[in-house]
Design a protein around this ligand. Structure first.
Ligand code: SAH
Length: 235
């Protein structure tokens, strides 16, 4: 199917085959894109469901559900220590494109900033736009930032990894073919993890892993990790 515009909807906008568009969506379709009666678009609920729809007047009509082929077969939670400046915007944008399921921003010992609630809203908007752009059916969850010690104990899934730039740890690719179900991967801030943080993570069942012999920036490391996992899952 050729590229159709994607609109993220709330399930409450669906009434049987009627799709009640919001004023913003009407403005976007009718004024910005100059869509006409009968023009098709894709409606997605951000939770894995997509439909082919067409415009009728100022509303949408659902034509049929669409098969989702753009999601990874595993669920990946990225636990990322907040980098400085606007670096986190790029992490969210790129990791959404690469198929991340959930991003948990964490405040580690070397994290300087404590983000405002507006930041979290902004990150969620970036995730939504990146999901639409990359034709995903699922919009990654962006959780509220939490302290490292809380984050590390919050998840009990089997596959837990912490990326450490120094030390002789196995490369992520050596564990990639064993991955299934849910995985969590933790990435540190610019200053790296403290010895204590690494120790706590290991005690909590996180396996330290390497992303290669070079020291990657805090913004590059999650993108590399996601790319390696996605590549291993999709071949
Ligand atoms: N300043 C630190 C490096 C921090 S890099 C130092 O000099 O040691 C930021 C984060 O990216 C790290 O905490 C780690 O989680 C991840 N990272 C960067 N390069 C990596 C690599 N080669 N292998 C594994 N993790 C890496």
């Amino acid at each position: 199917m050729s590229k159709l515009q994607r609109i993220t909807i709330n399930r409450s906008q669906l009434q049987e085959t009627q799709l009640l568009l919001t004023p913003q969506q009407q403005h976007y379709l009718l004024r910005v894109l100059r869509s006409r009666d009968g023009d098709k678009f894709i409606a997605m609920d951000g939770m894995g469901n997509c439909w082919l729809a067409k415009l009728i007047g100022e509303q949408g009509q659902i034509l049929k559900p669409l098969e989702v082929t753009t999601e990874l077969p595993i669920s990946i939670t990225l636990m990322v220590a907040l980098p400085k400046g606007n670096g986190f915007d790029d992490v969210i944008r790129c990791c959404t494109e690469l198929g991340v399921t959930c991003i948990l921003p964490t405040l580690s010992d070397h994290t300087l900033l404590n983000p405002s609630p507006q930041k979290v809203e902004r990150w969620r908007r970036i995730a939504l736009e990146a999901a639409e752009q990359s034709e995903r059916a699922f919009i990654p969850m962006i959780l509220e930032p939490v302290a490292f010690s809380t984050a590390i104990n919050e998840y009990a899934c089997i596959h837990r990894y912490i990326c450490e730039a120094r030390g002789n740890y196995p490369h992520l690719t050596t564990v990639c073919n064993k991955l299934s179900g849910e995985i969590i991967i933790a990435i540190g801030p610019e200053g790296g993890w403290t010895d204590q943080e690494l120790e706590i993570a290991i005690k909590s069942g996180f396996q330290p892993i390497s992303l290669g012999r070079r020291i990657l920036r805090a913004v590059t490391a999650p993108i590399v990790a996601l790319s390696l996992i996605a590549a291993a899952c999709e071949v």
